[in-house]
Design a protein around this ligand. Structure first.
Ligand SMILES: Cc1cc2nc3c(=O)[nH]c(=O)nc-3n(C[C@H](O)[C@H](O)[C@H](O)COP(=O)(O)O)c2cc1C
Length: 207
């Protein structure tokens, strides 16, 4: 039995991955999508129902989720540049070359939750790691590090003639904190958000 927790996924965090599927005519299709772990064997995806990915997932019920931090790979997928694929071993779906790891998936449940989006639960059948410790991309982690970088500048500028820069940076921090709270319920992430907000309130005043 495979565990998603052995492949870098954590509970309560929304990740950005690349999902590949086959279209009607057997051509490989790739799209960037978000996902979250439901339990150690299942991923939740929230595709828009007007996407080719959703259509393929609904019809074929098989896919591959790719783990990468490489913005160039996301870029190539988003801008539909030339990509190289091979067949997955355990499911009828293409594997995209260049990711740090991939998880071969079978769709188990699809529920429409509004006119435009579906909740889709897929079971992890097989996983392959190209890196020893792959980690799926989370906007929360990157936003938190941006916050910490900005915070160090807020602390330097707050009581100086550059106070206005401290205020501008604290606004960026508030914006990133809002993003973190949208994509993570991980207690350690929320604690950092609270401490950041308290610290910038102390330095530049409550908004
Ligand atoms: C990082 C990233 C995450 C995304 N997450 C989702 C998502 O969770 N659901 C979704 O429907 N589209 C998402 N999108 C948008 C789709 O990738 C985009 O609309 C895609 O063109 C639609 O898929 P299709 O090519 O299968 O039609 C995301 C895009 C990016 C760049």
């Amino acid at each position: 039995m495979i565990s998603l927790y052995d492949h870098g996924f954590e509970k309560d965090v929304w990740y950005e991955i690349i999902i590949t599927t086959y279209s009607d005519e057997g051509s490989p299709h790739a799209a960037a999508m978000g996902c979250e772990v439901v339990d150690e064997q299942h991923l939740l995806l929230k595709p828009f129902t007007n996407t080719t990915t959703f259509k393929n997932l609904k019809e074929r019920k098989q896919a591959v989720a790719h783990i990468t931090h490489n913005p160039e790979l996301f870029y190539k997928v988003v801008f539909k540049k030339e990509l190289t694929f091979f067949h997955a071993a355990a499911v009828k779906a293409p594997v995209l070359i260049g990711a740090d790891a991939w998880v071969e998936l079978e769709v188990e449940k699809i529920e429409l939750f509004d006119q435009h989006r579906a909740n889709l639960v897929a079971k992890a059948i097989r996983a392959v790691q190209q890196l020893a410790e792959p980690k799926p991309y989370s906007r929360a982690e990157h936003a938190l590090i941006e916050c910490l970088i900005h915070y160090t500048r807020v602390a330097v500028f707050a009581n100086t003639s550059r106070h206005h820069e401290a205020v501008a940076l604290s606004e960026k921090i508030r914006e990133y904190v809002r993003l973190v709270k949208r994509v993570s319920r991980k207690p350690a992430h929320l604690l950092i958000c609270d401490e950041l907000l308290e610290a910038i309130d102390r330095l530049v005043g409550r908004r």
